[in-house]
Ligand binder design. Sequence first.
Ligand SMILES: NC(=O)c1ccc[n+]([C@@H]2O[C@H](COP(=O)([O-])OP(=O)(O)OC[C@H]3O[C@@H](n4cnc5c(N)ncnc54)[C@H](O)[C@@H]3O)[C@@H](O)[C@H]2O)c1
Length: 283
Amino acid sequence: MDGTVDKAAVVTGGASGIGFALARAFLAEGMNVAIGDIEAAALDDAVARLRQYAGDAEVIGVRTDVTRAEDVTGLCDAAEAAFGRLDVVCANAGVETGGRVLDVADEAWRWVMDVNYFGTLNTVRAALPLLERSGDGHLVITGSLAGFASGTPFMTPYCATKMAVHGLAECLEIELRTSGSDVHVHLLAPGPVRSRMIDAERNAPAGVPINEDAARRAAMEEFRARQSAEGLPAEHVAGLVLDAIREQRFFVLPHPDRAVAAMRRRLEWMETGRTPASRVPGT
Ligand SMILES: NC(=O)c1ccc[n+]([C@@H]2O[C@H](COP(=O)([O-])OP(=O)(O)OC[C@H]3O[C@@H](n4cnc5c(N)ncnc54)[C@H](O)[C@@H]3O)[C@@H](O)[C@H]2O)c1
């Protein structure tokens, strides 16, 4: 991006964690910001907090469920109407659920796929035509280290959806380069980051059963321990996204060593045929 005066960004899942930090980072660059989130109270609170950092920039919040294409279109259209243009759109909202594959209810599989994959796809579809108009548009897609590795057992729905998200981001970037588009895709694939992701099931719709068995609890304890021991501040991750936008880099890897190690582990699996050991103790 050349200068950010009058530029504008949209962030889904902007009321918490990485999304909130992204919104704050764009404001610090002087950009106007629209955040969308499914949690109405958290959204209002986030907008009020972001306005404290906004200076001359503007902040709007639009209640958005990314699983509903019309909600995401409404968010992007509201941002373009308010700010006159869109330069960066972050498809960031995500959730996690899990358990042993056969123990995860059909409704839970569909919920996590709906939010993580179809929510991202809905955001891509709504944002691309508007970003094409800016002449230098950036689409930031939040994947995960779990999209490179086979991740942690008992988090299969999350890992599977993030692998799908990576596939979407990689193919889309190549398609845009092949077709001479001015829009660039950036795939943010963090390992542990301090956020409310550990409580993602707070946003599960009524009727989505939450798996509470021992294997699942062990996986979540491991995730919680990694988040508090090794979790990066979300603000640091947001700074890396800004750098990647400036440098037009596709991969944004807050934990580069772990990303490469995960891919090596997978390649080794392919080459040797030996299944890697579980990272969850006792499983
Ligand atoms: N925190 C980590 O360790 C970590 C690691 C890798 C990837 N990620 C990814 O980062 C992204 C952001 O998560 P986070 O860690 O900041 O967690 P978070 O729970 O703090 O923030 C996620 C936000 O998404 C919102 N959301 C949930 N469902 C939604 C829906 N249907 N529509 C709109 N908004 C919805 C939540 O209300 C919340 O504000 C996710 O895609 C997550 O998978 C997180």
